[in-house]
Write a protein that binds this ligand. Structure first.
Ligand code: AHG
Ligand code: MN
Ligand code: MN
Ligand code: MN
Length: 335
């Protein structure tokens, strides 16, 4: 049997090759341990008391699910004591969370969507956790929200855990995208795909088609051409998938290609879009670019966008380069 490589071994060897430092390695290991705990808890379903509403709302105006709160607390507590972080930001926290005074502060900032795809929890459809790592720009001072408002190209690492039929961890620290699978009996993550690349072409797209009447013309044109299939201008048939968990749709796209669209439309325009820039769009765009794909807000490269607010929303088009580029071309042509 092939010698399996654990996440710890993979990261220690990468550190030895100078691809990441000890504190970033520790950070990733802590997030991976929290994701393992979440995978075990989610696997227990309603018996773990994780279903249903928490009875509270988050800064996004969303009714929080119990698992949103559980995952958020788990990640905040797991990352407080290690000495690798200066502060954290979460979808479920109104503002940043400083590392408690009693612990040493490190050089990184961690951002996360603790539980992505909350609407799928109670119906046993894959959900996930998304994380992003930035350098703390002002090690000497006390971190502020402004320190988190860095464009996505400043990320030093990003990844997600997907809690599906198997639990998997997909991450990058700037040297390609690597997938690990949880061996539940052994209780450890093992390398399952050493380097992931997204095919440039695809025949699969992901969009919430119920929003069609709200889309702006470039998106409507792009999707209608896909729906026209081989009789249409694209000359070939396309398939559609929409899970409703960004992590699940993006894992499929990273694995076999595709294009994911959550564009700004007339319904979400006032809020800037649906998905959040700092802990959904940016980490996914980092991974997609590391895998040879492309990520835009419809037209602009996502990783160039300078955030103005912690929970800023943005249009998202991610995946196979040829298709993402076509959508950007239609935006330019139809301005
Ligand atoms: P979250 O559960 O973290 O709030 O994110 C949900 C997001 C994303 O995961 C998914 O792609 C999108 O919402 C689905 O939106 P619709 O329900 O409008 O399809
Ligand atoms: Mn949410
Ligand atoms: Mn999310
Ligand atoms: Mn979430």
């Amino acid at each position: 049997m092939l010698e399996r490589i654990s996440l710890s071994q993979f990261l220690i060897e990468a550190q030895r090759e100078g691809k990441l430092d000890a504190n970033l390695r520790l950070l990733i290991e802590v997030v991976a341990r929290a994701a393992k705990a979440l995978a075990v808890t989610i696997g227990k379903g309603s018996f773990a008391g994780i279903h249903g509403e928490a009875g509270s709302h988050n800064i996004q105006g969303e009714a929080q699910k119990k698992l949103d709160v559980i995952a958020n607390e788990l990640l905040l507590q797991a990352n407080a004591w290690g000495g690798h972080l200066a502060a954290m930001a979460s979808e479920e926290e109104e503002t940043i969370c400083l590392i408690p005074e009693r612990y040493p502060r490190g050089g990184y900032l961690l951002l996360f969507d603790p539980l992505d795809g909350s609407s799928n929890i109670d119906v046993n459809i894959s959900v996930g956790t998304i994380f992003s790592v930035l350098q703390n720009p002002r090690p000497e001072g006390c971190p502020t929200e402004a320190d988190f408002l860095q464009p996505g190209k400043q990320q030093v690492a990003a990844g997600y855990a997907i809690y599906g039929p198997t639990a998997q961890l997909v991450l990058s620290f700037g040297h390609g995208v690597h997938e690990f699978t949880l061996d539940r009996e052994f209780g450890a993550w093992f390398l399952s795909k050493p380097t992931i690349t997204i095919p440039e072409e695809t025949a699969e797209f992901a969009i919430n088609a119920s929003n069609r009447r709200h889309w702006f013309p470039p998106v409507t044109r792009y999707i209608d051409e896909l729906l026209a299939g081989k009789e249409g201008p694209r000359g070939r048939d396309f398939n559609m998938r929409w899970v409703g968990s960004m992590v699940a749709d993006m894992h499929r796209i990273l694995t076999r290609g595709g294009i994911f669209l959550y564009p700004v439309d007339r319904k979400t325009q006032a809020k800037g879009g649906k998905l959040r820039l700092l802990y959904e769009a940016n980490p996914m765009a980092f991974l997609v670019e590391q895998a040879g794909g492309m990520g835009t807000d419809g037209e602009r490269r996502l990783l160039e966008i300078v955030p103005e607010r912690l929970h800023q929303r943005v249009g998202v088009v991610l995946g196979s380069k040829a298709e993402v580029e076509r959508v950007a071309q239609y935006h330019r042509e139809m301005r």
